[in-house]
Write a protein that binds this ligand. Sequence first.
Ligand code: SAM
Ligand code: SF4
Length: 324
Amino acid sequence: MCILEDKNLREIDYLRISIIDRCNFKCLYCVDEKRDYEKELNGDYLRVEEIEHIVKLFAKIGVSKIKLTGGEPLMRKDIVSIVRRISKVEGIKKVTLTTNGVLLPNYLEELIKAGLNSVNISLDAIEADKFNYITKQDVLESILTNIKYSAKMIETKINSLIIKEINEDEIIRLVEFAREIRIPIRFIELMPIGCGTGYKPLRQEEIYKVIVDKYGKFTESSESFGNGPARYIKSEENNITIGFISALSECFCSSCNRIRITSAGYLKACLHSRDSLNIRPLLGSIADEQILAIIKNSIYNKPVQHNLLEEVSKETKTMIEIGG
Ligand code: SAM
Ligand code: SF4
């Protein structure tokens, strides 16, 4: 099997692809309501054939796990076809999706048949007013129903982002919901990128304290429930599994295994660097072997580490283009 490494000997096997730069939510840390995305972002996102071609190229050099993200990936009417085509690519072992969950029942059965392996659903509040305030959508009840439905059908995880003075008081409610339906919940630390720069993250140790104060001691778990750098803790007694993805508190750059493709086809070796490589015009215009050499060179030079404790992200593209 081919192994793709950068110059710091990090093995890269995980590709996140943003397949659309539109979203039906307006999460306050992700979408800037003052900007006109319809005008600014050209909406000319990768076609299904291009996505398949890109996945074939990356599979040849060692990528085996694909995450489809966005914007809201389920806004793509051809989402089932995208999953079907990429899950059949030789070398691809896992195709997963991150979604706000609102359109999930429309597609889930078909997605599973097409080869989808797991779903992450973003949920930052259980209290309706807070959910509406964060997402600007009055759909909490359907999201909770959809998460329960998803948990019965496919491996499902909840991803929650906790912001100081906004949804700190939702932590236990979120954990209780995940516990009730027996699925893992992961707390993602807010990063200073895009609209996220306007808010303060609740740090990993602060979230941990709230949880331990409520439930008592947890044990570190060596199990991995996802593709990336989450650290997990477990309480067998309380039947709870919690993950932390903490880019600031616990910088995981030294073991980063991920690269990204934006909705417009730019390869990003690091989320927080402005460097990117537009691979879309290369597809079909030069030989695949030549494209692979260019891609490998870009990944080889993946930046060593972000510097988010000292400064905000250097990246100025929006999170909906990059996919988080
Ligand atoms: N719409 C889908 C969703 O919400 O899951 C997929 C796209 S969204 C950009 C992917 C993830 O990025 C979400 O879990 C969201 O919470 C996270 N995200 C957005 N802005 C962020 C930020 N500034 N820092 C950390 N995570 C962020
Ligand atoms: Fe949309 Fe996801 Fe961003 Fe929320 S976090 S605005 S659901 S892309």
